[in-house]
Write a protein that binds this ligand. Structure first.
Ligand code: LHQ
Length: 264
């Protein structure tokens, strides 16, 4: 896969590693990085060689949200249209991440602020460097949480914490985020990237059909009643039961060996 300047990509052991790459701006989003990240994820969604995806950041930060330099009010000749920015860029991005039927890990290497924090939360499994911080910075610049943050946050940490985090923009340490269930796990700086890749490779060698359906079922649970959800689970299990990976999993269990899943 080719790299663009704002995104670095590496495919290794069926894991696609993606690094946001505007380190001098703490990987804040400009239009080019938006387009590159979206294109890269769309290609990964359709590429059978990619069975899991990891998103991280270059340099000391994960992502500082929207590039505010691009948005300086004194440089604009007309009223900014932020609704259009969300509709054209952030909404499609987080929608795509949740729709990809492959595990998407976010490896939060440093500060994640504004839409950068909510990009992380839109991923399936979030792990963080213990030096990372999560900041819902929107209120500091007169905005509301976006990129799905006001939908995801109360579901992850409850309404009380969601309101306090967004209204005060107070930073949450990685450890606190882990304790609250905002993210999955925190690792010391010297182990963080190794652990992120290890998890990614493990998921990339997993039973991909089952993992994709697990993601879909867990995401749709919030908007379904129990009865409908049981029907969906049964349908998914029906699909999994017809995969080679199910047969391989059962054989491997009987033979007391590790399974070798082909992803189909
Ligand atoms: C930045 C940024 C940045 C540009 C650091 N832009 N340069 C959606 C739709 C449309 C419009 C608006 O927004 C949105 C969604 C959003 O994301 S709104 C929220 C936007 N983000 C923020 O408000 C976060 C702004 N950044 C910060 O609060 C701090 O930089 C954090 C807490 C992330 C990190 O603090 P420090 O570690 O102290 O670093 P720093 O502030 O010194 O930043 C280092 C450099 O990065 C600095 O440049 P310089 O040339 O002075 O070294 C910053 O200007 C630049 N930078 N964030 N979003």
């Amino acid at each position: 896969m080719r790299n663009s300047s704002t995104i670095i990509k590496r495919l290794d052991s069926k894991l696609l590693e993606i690094y946001l790459n505007r380190p001098e701006k703490l990987n804040a989003f400009n239009i080019e990085m938006h387009e590159n990240l979206y294109d890269c994820l769309e290609i990964a969604r359709d590429d059978d060689k990619v069975r899991a995806i990891m998103i991280s950041g270059s340099g000391r930060a994960f992502c500082a949200g929207q590039d505010l330099g691009d948005r300086h009010p004194d440089k604009l000749t007309e009223e900014p249209d932020l609704e259009k920015t969300l509709t054209n860029f952030y909404n499609p991005l987080v929608t795509l991440i949740r729709a990809i039927n492959k595990p998407v890990i976010c490896a939060v290497n440093g500060v994640a602020a504004g839409a950068g924090a909510n990009l992380a939360l839109a991923c399936d499994i979030v792990i963080a460097n213990e030096t990372a911080r999560f900041i819902q910075s929107f209120s500091k610049v007169g905005l509301v949480p976006d990129a799905g943050g006001s939908w995801l946050l109360p579901r992850l940490v409850g309404e009380a914490r969601a309101k306090a985090l967004t209204m005060t923009a107070c930073p949450v340490s990685a450890k606190q985020a882990e304790e609250w269930g905002l993210i999955w796990k925190t690792y010391p700086e010297n182990e963080f990237l190794k652990e992120a890749k290890k998890l990614g490779v493990e998921l990339a060698s997993g039973a991909s059909v089952g993992l994709g359906l697990t993601k879909e079922n867990i995401q749709s649970a919030a908007n379904q009643d129990f009865k409908d959800h049981l029907i969906q689970e049964a349908k998914s299990q029906g699909i999994c039961g017809r995969t080679n990976d199910y047969k391989e999993g059962v054989r491997a269990f009987s033979e007391k060996r590790a399974p070798n899943f082909g992803g189909n």
